[in-house]
Write a protein that binds this ligand. Structure first.
Ligand code: GLP
Length: 244
């Protein structure tokens, strides 16, 4: 069952999603939150920083697991999701660094499988993800689970589609061709899922995810099988959805 929330602009999406994340943090003992990167969640991270500065939210008992990281990439690389998270959230709130987790894009290739297994174990050990926050790619990807990804996947090394690489990097020279990403099964094991989408560019993917068949061709469509999912959309992203 997917619940839909329609918002009139990006600011409202950001406010609403930050409120839902804050509520989950306040109501859960030792909350575990799954986090995305990309343009879409930036406003929500901004609000969460604001809540913290105003003394409304305490992150000291919060554990986070990021969805994905490019591979190969160094932590210091400005394109890395590690740098993104540092800038947008970690440096803005009182998260304990040993409670934040991002797949390591700098480990040797021979150790990637082991690293992925350990990432899954860490999620299990933390008690599973209480709230997984997602964006969505224009091709329906979630995390870096591109079209064609099997539904039973756990954290794994994924090849980026040409389309995703072109969208994410201004030039394709010296850019990572892969990513380590939570799999679709990892995402589906979260207790609750929140997906944010904004702008008409996402309307096709949102339509397929919500109304299309559950298929590998649109990885986000698997969310139809989850018992507790909310999509927060603006008018552009919801363009093809009839709310009547
Ligand atoms: C990226 C990330 C996804 C993100 C998506 C949309 O490639 N791996 O987690 O949700 O693309 O990004 P944006 O919010 O910038 O549109």
């Amino acid at each position: 069952m997917v619940e839909l929330k329609l918002k009139s602009n990006y600011q409202e999406i950001s406010n609403s999603s930050a409120r839902l994340i804050a509520k989950k943090m306040i109501r859960t003992t030792n909350p575990v939150i799954g986090l995305p990167t990309g343009k879409t969640p930036e406003g929500a991270y901004d609000r969460m920083g604001q809540y913290y500065r105003e003394g409304l939210l305490d992150f000291s008992e919060v554990t986070t697991f990021n969805l994905d990281e490019y591979y190969p990439i160094k932590k210091e690389d400005p394109k890395s999701f590690y740098q993104y998270m540092n800038e947008k959230l970690y440096s803005q709130v009182n998260l304990k660094r040993d409670r934040t987790h991002i797949p390591d894009g700098s480990i040797p290739h021979s150790k990637v499988n082991l690293h992925c297994k350990r990432y899954e174990k860490k999620i299990d050990k933390a008690g599973g993800v209480d709230l997984m926050v997602l964006g969505i790619g224009e091709n329906g990807h979630i995390g870096f689970n591109e079209p064609g990804t099997e539904l039973h996947t756990t954290t794994h090394l994924a090849k980026l589609s040409k389309e995703t690489m072109e969208k994410n990097f201004s030039s394709l020279e010296n850019t990572p061709s892969h990513a380590i990403t939570m799999g679709l099964q990892t995402i589906m094991q979260s207790k609750e899922i929140l997906l944010l989408a904004t702008g008409e560019r996402k309307a096709g993917a949102v339509e397929k995810a919500l109304l299309g068949p559950v298929t590998k061709d649109c990885p986000a469509s698997v969310l139809q099988l989850h018992p507790n999912v909310t999509f927060i959309l603006d008018n552009g992203a919801a363009k093809n959805i009839d709310f009547a």
